[in-house]
Design a protein around this ligand. Structure first.
Ligand code: BTN
Length: 326
């Protein structure tokens, strides 16, 4: 019997849930139930216990931790093993350590704050505590190394849809994997892979979502925002994370089925903000402009130029709107 299971049951149940019912459900003694309830209370849950009635959970504030997150997950394999840390240097670093120690496919590493959050191209990722989502999923996909970069786009698609469903905001994807709301960035994704000879040992997909209101430094403020700022209301981290995991599980299945992004193209294109927009391709071989038309099943951006359609590979180049970040 797990804390998370009791928590999930208490949350789903309106009113009091009798001790007897909990005992029967989990096949354990009343003392065992009482012990778990006490642990939950220690973690900050407000649980009322009344004789002859049982237990009732009062949902006042969000308690962000392993039991809470596990109790919200409705997935089959993604995040079923969840490792929560109040603070980490970086969930990507921790996930790689766990993967080296043998962590299974689908293990999720989550933290409340990072002291050395990492972004792409060696940048740092601002990671204050108590407000945002920072997590990394460990995958052991049986695919070719050259297919692995597509996993970033699979995650972007899942996160975009999860944001739309949980917040009602319109999420946009800035190819390949930034998520924007009202043209400002709210999500960054950093994928790293470990190879052994020519095989993928593991892939870690790290995601940072700016959820809570926060002050960004002046330069960042022009191009970054948070979900709460845009929605103008409070957004809970737990249900959003659970939704991302659910969407990712569904998308991953479609990705494996096709071996590429074919079955995700519709969903991805709906959110792609660069679509039919004039873009500047920052190519080490020389910059050029064109109109982005969409992505290929392999995740390359199709850019229509004077000299025909070009396929732009992520990683080599970056793409900008000609008037700004998007
Ligand atoms: C980007 O530069 O856009 C990617 C940012 C990725 C940030 C996330 S936060 C969770 C995970 N751990 C890290 O150190 N980075 C990623």
């Amino acid at each position: 019997m797990k804390k998370a299971e009791i928590l999930a049951l208490l949350r789903e149940h309106q009113g009091f849930l009798s001790g007897q019912e909990l005992c029967e459900r989990f096949g354990v003694s009343r003392t065992a139930v009482w012990k778990v309830i006490n642990q939950l209370k220690k973690e900050g849950y407000e649980i009322e216990a009344v004789q002859n009635k049982g237990y009732q959970l009062h949902l006042s504030q969000e308690i962000y931790g392993e039991a809470e997150l596990t109790s919200l997950l409705h997935t089959e394999w993604v995040g079923k093993k969840l490792l929560f840390y109040p603070e980490l240097n970086s969930t990507n670093i921790q996930a790689k350590l766990e993967a080296e120690k043998g962590a299974s496919h689908g293990t999720l590493v989550v933290t409340d704050s990072q002291t050395a959050g990492r972004g792409r191209r060696g940048r740092t990722w601002e990671s204050p505590g108590g407000t945002n989502l920072y997590f990394t999923l460990i995958l052991r996909p049986e695919i070719q190394p050259q297919q692995a970069s597509m996993l970033t786009l699979v995650m972007a698609d899942a996160v975009g849809r999860a944001i739309e469903q949980e917040t009602g905001l319109q999420a946009g994807i800035k190819w390949p994997n930034d998520i924007v709301v009202n043209k400002k960035k709210v999500v960054g994704i950093l994928t790293e892979m470990s190879l052994e000879r020519d095989y993928i040992q593991y892939v870690v997909v790290g995601v940072g979502i700016n959820v809570g209101r926060q002050e960004f430094e002046t330069e960042l403020a022009k191009k970054a925002t948070s979900l709460e700022t845009e929605a103008g209301r409070t957004i809970k981290r737990g249900p959003l994370l659970a939704r991302v995991m659910q969407e990712f599980e569904a998308d991953y299945q479609l990705f494996l089925k096709a071996g590429d992004l074919t079955l995700l193209l519709d969903s991805y294109h709906k959110m792609l903000v660069n679509r039919n927009v004039q873009v500047q391709v920052l190519d080490p071989q020389g910059d050029y402009q064109g109109i982005a038309r969409g992505i290929t099943p392999k995740g390359e951006l199709l850019v229509e130029t004077e000299h025909g359609i070009k396929q732009v590979y992520a990683g080599e180049v970056s793409v900008r709107g000609i008037y700004g970040y998007v």
